[in-house]
Design a protein around this ligand. Structure first.
Ligand SMILES: Cc1cc2nc3c(=O)[nH]c(=O)nc-3n(C[C@H](O)[C@H](O)[C@H](O)COP(=O)(O)O)c2cc1C
Length: 219
């Protein structure tokens, strides 16, 4: 067990965001504690979401044996086995049904008046409930992307590295792990201690992907 060892923390935002790279080679002997993972997930869930519905859900593969089952479903990517945990970020297309619970917490914390909370809950459930499954899925995917990014930065700030993975078979994941119909797999994220650093990757120049006041959009 090496849970008492600490990784080099990177705390300044500018360093976290610049030093995060997708890492695919991990120290297979490194373990991450459940409490540290929970802290990372809690920081991730401070991400913004549509009406604060927080429709993301985390299916955590902490157990190595369970990750062996995940491995073939995720294109046999080695990081599934060698990282310390893999988080499957899922989007709950019926996440809005928790609006009452979320707003009750806000009332308890004194950050929302009761009357407003109840009206907000009622309006939100009516509105989200009237949307098509396609639109509900779209919202869950957007929110899931935001929480995924924040998860990776939260991990990096603690000295952990990550890689987001879309390379997995969603149907097999659903079947193998009994994921219910309301939860849509969005991304797998491996979290662990890098065995070798991730490579820097190139980015397009900002001027080529930015249209100031709409100029150049239709060129
Ligand atoms: C939605 C998505 C799916 C990805 N799927 C995989 C994957 O299955 N396997 C992998 O090794 N990297 C995957 N990546 C990582 C990208 O290759 C990587 O983010 C990109 O090359 C930029 O590199 P960087 O993350 O180091 O900045 C994925 C990234 C995203 C955002």
């Amino acid at each position: 067990m090496n849970e008492t060892l600490t990784l080099t923390r990177v705390t300044a935002y500018a360093d976290v965001v610049r030093e995060r790279h997708s890492v695919r080679q991990y120290d297979p002997n490194w373990t991450i504690s459940e409490s540290e993972l929970k802290e990372i997930l809690a920081e991730a869930s401070l991400a913004p979401s549509s009406s604060n519905t927080q429709s993301w859900r985390f299916l955590v593969f902490h157990d190595k044996e369970l990750r062996k089952k995940l491995h073939p479903i995720a294109n046999n990517q080695q990081q599934i086995l060698d990282s310390s945990a893999v988080v499957a970020v899922l989007g709950d297309v019926e996440g809005f049904r928790r609006m009452g619970q979320i707003n009750d917490i806000a009332v308890e914390k004194g950050i929302m008046p009761r009357e407003f909370a109840d009206q907000f809950t009622e309006r939100s459930i009516a509105m989200y409930g009237s949307l098509s499954r396609e639109k509900q899925t779209h919202i869950a995917l957007v929110d899931g992307g935001l929480v995924s990014m924040q998860l990776m930065l939260a991990a990096k700030s603690r000295g952990y590295d990550t890689v987001p993975m879309g390379g997995f078979n969603a149907e097999r994941l659903i079947e193998e792990f009994g994921i219910p119909n309301n939860l849509v797999p969005i991304m797998l994220i491996a979290v662990g201690r890098a065995a070798s650093p991730g490579r820097p990757t190139a980015r397009l120049p900002i001027d080529e992907i930015t249209y100031w006041n709409g100029q150049g959009l239709n060129k």
